[in-house]
Design a protein around this ligand. Structure first.
Ligand SMILES: Cc1cc2nc3c(=O)[nH]c(=O)nc-3n(C[C@H](O)[C@H](O)[C@H](O)COP(=O)(O)OP(=O)(O)OC[C@H]3O[C@@H](n4cnc5c(N)ncnc54)[C@H](O)[C@@H]3O)c2cc1C
Length: 414
């Protein structure tokens, strides 16, 4: 079997890119080191532009089901009633909710006036601004679509080596049946965040800012959860988010980065953080899924070296404030997909691929200040955002555009 492109990483960005390539008639293969789809709690929402694009790819029903699931969780949180809602009741609740849906938030401030977005230069489309689909649900839908289109996804296959020449790229892979090599015209690294092996093996740089905060996000069985204030809350010691489901907590503490990002989050660690930030004595009985996060902001200064490209978190990382990482990465896949297809089919020269890095929507200056400013609004330490290595004066601009806010207690998923 010969492949036009090898996609490393079967997360949401890798899967969408493979779908895009397949829709043009190319034959991609996806190599994913996990043996099963990832169920870790990560993104809870994507933004309107990406939602629109996925709807056009035939994923409308899957996104609607994901959103409906989130609404059911929110109702369970607000009513304390564990009874399963039937779809009609959830649909009615969703319509009611949609009328009052948060327009997105900035550092947990939900009083953003949508009419001010255009004053800040943000295009508004009139589409609901947030599609509340949990990342595992989205990944399952993308996996299903990829399978329907005949995309080969090889689970349990980890990239270990990579070498490119003028004609193509050869990758070394550790798979369930041992090591093997695979070759294709192009390789795209969709292998996630700080540890992208494609980025490191190819020699991409990854400049940016150091982490300064420690965040935890978890689904957990919580004893005494009624003591937690629902929604986003600023406290004396950080930010505390409870919801949209009765099991979901998110804490942010502003006293430095995590000591260790590799170790799994323990019950004791999560409980200590929730207690510190919420000021309650809740007990974490069991962790269903948990992650640690921080706010380092980095991006490769080019997303292409020869026949190797980067997309998603492999190309850029920033804090999850405002829920933008996945949206941004899916945008990468949509932009790169048709360009790579045109080049492989000989309809465009490979210089078209250079426009992929340059496309404005993904250029880090457009996003980093936005997310970094949110960290600093949390701490009140804003100077480095306004004058740092990418001096976009974001904090000043964003603050100038924000309405005054009290203690935000509005619920959202981002
Ligand atoms: C707490 C938190 C909340 C967030 N909330 C939001 C939100 O609401 N909205 C939003 O838009 N974004 C959000 N994000 C960001 C979002 O989760 C990421 O941007 C998204 O996961 C990036 O997708 P990806 O496919 O690029 O990378 P990943 O999801 O990291 O997928 C990479 C894949 O590559 C595989 N892989 C890695 N190395 C190899 C290898 N050597 N060989 C083969 N496979 C490999 C991995 O197993 C993985 O499956 C949040 C992030 C966090 C931490």
């Amino acid at each position: 079997m010969s492949y036009d492109a090898i996609v490393i990483g079967g997360g949401p960005v890798g899967l969408l890119l493979a779908i895009e390539l397949r829709l043009t008639g190319l034959t991609p293969v996806v190599l994913e080191r996990l043996t099963e789809p990832d169920q870790t709690i990560k993104a809870g929402a994507i933004h309107a532009i990406t939602g629109d694009a996925l709807n056009r790819r035939g994923l409308h029903d899957a996104l609607a089901a994901g959103q409906q699931q989130t609404v059911k969780e929110m109702l369970r949180l607000f009513t304390g009633d564990d009874t399963e809602l039937d779809d009609a009741a959830a649909e009615a609740a969703m319509k009611k909710f949609a009328g009052n849906a948060p327009r997105g938030h900035f550092a947990g401030i939900f009083k953003l006036d949508a009419t001010k977005l255009s004053q800040l230069g943000v295009p508004t489309t009139g589409t609901p601004p947030i599609v509340m689909v949990p990342q595992p649900v989205l990944e399952a839908a993308l996996g299903q679509r990829a399978s329907e289109l005949g995309v080969e996804v090889r689970h349990g296959c980890e990239l270990t080596g990579l070498a490119q020449d003028d004609e193509g790229v050869t990758v070394s892979v550790n798979g369930p049946d041992g090591s093997y090599e695979l070759r294709a015209g192009y390789v795209v690294g969709c292998d996630g965040g700080g540890r992208s092996r494609v980025r490191k093996l190819t020699g991409f740089d990854f400049p940016g800012t150091e982490p300064a905060i420690t965040g935890h996000q978890a689904l957990a069985i919580i004893e005494g959860a009624e003591k937690l204030a629902r929604g986003w809350n600023r406290t004396e010691t950080g930010m505390m988010v409870y919801g949209p489901s009765p099991e979901r907590v998110l804490t942010v503490e502003f006293d430095g980065p995590p000591a260790d990002r590799e170790e799994p989050v323990s019950v004791e660690e999560l409980q200590a953080s929730v207690r510190r930030v919420s000021g309650t004595d809740v007990t974490i009985k069991e962790i269903i899924s948990a992650t640690r996060f921080t706010d380092n902001a980095r991006a490769a200064s080019t997303y292409r070296i020869g026949r190797v490209l980067l997309a998603g978190d492999a190309a850029h990382v920033h804090s999850p404030f405002g829920g933008q990482g996945l949206t941004l990465g899916l945008g990468d896949a949509l932009n790169l997909g048709f360009k790579l297809a045109a080049v492989v089919r000989g309809r465009a020269g490979d210089e078209l691929l250079d426009t992929y890095t340059a496309s404005g929507i993904r250029w880090p200056c457009a996003y980093w200040p936005h997310t970094r400013a949110q960290s600093r609004v949390g701490t009140g330490r804003g100077a480095d955002v306004a004058t740092g290595p990418f001096p976009c004066a974001a904090l000043r601009t964003r603050r100038a555009g924000l309405p005054a806010s009290g203690s935000p207690r509005v619920l959202a998923t981002g």
